[in-house]
Design a protein around this ligand. Sequence first.
Ligand code: GYE
Length: 324
Amino acid sequence: MRKLSLLVVIMMAFFMLVGCGSGGEEPAADDAAEETFETLVVGYAQIGAESEWRTANTASIKETAEELGVELKFSDAQQKQENQIAAIRSYIAEDVDVIGFSPVVETGWETVLQEAKDAGIPVIMVDRRADVPRELYATYLGSDFVEEGRKAGNEMNTLLPDGGKIVELVGTVGSAPANDRYSGFRDTLADNIEIIDSQSGDFTRAQGKEVMEAFLKNYGDEIVGLYAHNDDMAIGAIQAIEEFGLEPGVDIKIVSIDAVRGAFEAMIAGKLNVTVECNPLLGPQFYDLALRAVNGEQLPEWVPSEESVYYPDNAAELLPERQY
Ligand code: GYE
């Protein structure tokens, strides 16, 4: 038995040596100087500035880079996939150490991610996921959007025990959070609640308001509930509901997602019933993963962030502590 394990150890050592010589993907501990935060150069292709959530997310990415001494090249794609692809290509041309990006939509990323892989640059998907083969990215850091949708469905059931007709403000069409929050909500929604209309407000306040105006025009006070895929759209819709002459949070129960400060303020004013948390403060975890990726560590496919659900009764107490 002993002899056998000794043989296994010798064989493993042999293969490890051979493996290093043939230029395996993971550098051995002593064949390359370890990178540190101070030597790390990161290219980050952000989606845009569509919501309070995004503003907090961008601040976290930028501020954490400064704190750690990481050199950050940052771009804002104004919610356009072609701008994000161009930004990723420029980071490849500049030969950064790691690329971070939040894919605005799930599909259409294979070509550019293959280019990054061919250039030997690890890519970390942050916040949103793209639908690409596992070998094209180092890891995905972000929330469980399906679970957020399920929580929102449960909350709507509690708010509308007698059921009724509700409308839905969907996020950016084709984005991971919109797809998953859509399906998760339907997983848990009670049979007596009917979604009579569902349209995209592109995660912005302005479009949330506009789409809600159209819903109210078409269905009026038949609507007893609103599910918004983010707080900004809910806040836009609240304005539309008030202008229509109904009371948001009372005549129309509202459940949304993110838990940004604006949602806490709306809950304190009695206009929003529930917000499901989605944490945007991903900077610290992102740079930790980036450093581990450049130093050759195999990272898990998904690093989920931890989240909660908030209600009006203690919103005033919690607001001062909210960081976003
Ligand atoms: O919920 C929304 C933002 O991708 C989780 O994008 C993010 C979403 C967030 O615009 O407010």
